[in-house]
Design a protein around this ligand. Structure first.
Ligand code: HEM
Ligand SMILES: *[C@@H]1O[C@H](CO)[C@@H](O)[C@H](O)[C@H]1NC(C)=O
Length: 335
């Protein structure tokens, strides 16, 4: 009786300990979930406690390297679009090919992506200050928003807290990155998947106020000559591109008349038939987008406001947060 009693109380003890452990693990899971929920949202100043100077380091490093190439802001602004457009803003575009993944840069659609060395320098400065803390995905977004501000555009307060993917695929880049001859309908559809309405989609394409396009990306408008292209620009582009010739990968033209400055000149150029790419000129022709082109051309503040909103939407969509993905030590390779 006493043996059975003690084995019974032993059993109770086990049951009790078992229940206790289950309870404990529940609170633990609950606490973890709470933390994950807390960290899972992007937020302004995500690195406030983990790396208080992250944003100023990112900005200073970009600024101090600008002398190397004053056209770098254009490259970095395009980079954020090409990162975010494929799998979301997760640093996928920076991964180099290995046995298991293929770099997105292999995709023809990434032709012209440049100045990744700027990202490397910003990452190096941030690793020196705060090892293993700031994601490559966030670095791309910070570099792009700083580029806009440095070039004279709006100061866009950006959220951070993105994490880096462990995967990339050139085939996904082929599929997701739009070609220069995309239709307005497809442009609006792509924007729609990221919560961009028509005005946002027109505004975000105002990024083409910076930088260049290579002849390979607009040669379709020269032979045969696109009647919506202004004749003086067509003549200039024909000279630059020297068609027909196989050098269209090397030759390039400015995206707008003031392509080092982030302003609303792009929209005034569209009004004058001076859009460089097919999609640029389509914005002026399509009744859904033409009104926004005219409003942005007339009111730079309105353009800046809509561009800022669209930029935040673009860089918020489909991101890894919380415990997803990782913080890469080296932006070119998974840890
Ligand atoms: C959705 C439709 C878009 C299409 C079809 C498109 C296409 C292109 C093409 C073909 C080029 C020329 C690349 C070269 O030849 O070197 C280019 C350049 C550029 N794009 Fe876009 N783009 C789009 C949207 C965007 C967005 C959303 C952004 C930024 C938020 C952006 C920013 C830029 C910048 C800044 C350049 C100049 C890059 C440089 O100078 O290196 N584009 N784009
Ligand atoms: C030009 O660039 C395109 C797109 O990346 C590529 O497919 C093609 O092979 C390049 N041509 C030359 C001559 O390098």
């Amino acid at each position: 009786m006493s043996t059975s009693n003690s084995s019974m109380s032993g059993l109770y003890l086990y049951v009790f300990i078992g229940l206790f452990l289950i309870l404990l693990s529940c609170t633990k899971v609950y606490a973890l979930e709470n933390k994950a929920q807390h960290d899972e949202r992007l937020r302004i100043n995500f690195y406030q406690s983990s790396c208080p100077n992250a944003e100023s380091i990112a900005r200073q490093t970009l600024l101090s390297n600008l002398l190397l190439d004053p056209t770098a802001p254009a490259a970095l602004l395009r980079l954020v679009f090409h990162d975010c457009q494929v799998q979301g803003c997760d640093g996928s575009i920076l991964l180099q090919s290995t046995s298991s993944i293929t770099s997105e840069l292999v995709s023809e659609r990434n032709f012209g992506i440049r100045r990744l060395d700027f990202i490397d320098r910003i990452k190096a400065a941030l690793e020196a200050a705060c090892p293993n803390t700031v994601s490559c995905a966030d670095i791309i977004v910070m570099a792009a928003s700083n580029s806009v501000a440095i070039a004279g555009g709006p100061n866009i307060p950006i959220e951070t807290g993105r994490r880096d993917t462990r995967f990339s695929s050139n085939l996904m880049a082929d599929k997701e990155l739009p070609s220069a001859t995309i239709s307005v309908s497809d442009l609006l559809q792509i924007g729609g998947t990221k919560g961009l309405d028509t005005g946002d989609s027109v505004a975000i394409l105002g990024a083409h106020t910076l930088g260049v396009g290579h002849c390979i990306n607009f040669a379709n408008r020269l032979q045969p000559q696109d009647p919506s292209l202004s004749p003086p620009l067509a003549a200039a582009l024909n000279l630059i591109c020297r068609l027909p010739a196989p050098a269209t990968n090397l030759t390039f033209a400015a995206n707008d008349l003031t392509n080092l400055i982030f302003d609303n000149q792009y929209f005034r150029d569209l009004q004058g038939g001076r859009g460089l790419l097919t999609i640029d000129s389509e914005l002026m022709k399509d009744p859904r987008t033409q009104g926004f082109v005219n409003r942005f051309a007339a009111d730079q503040n309105f353009f800046f406001q809509k561009f800022s909103e669209a930029f935040v939407k673009l860089t918020r969509s489909n991101v890894l947060t919380g415990t997803q993905g990782e913080i890469r030590n080296n932006c070119k390779a998974v840890n």
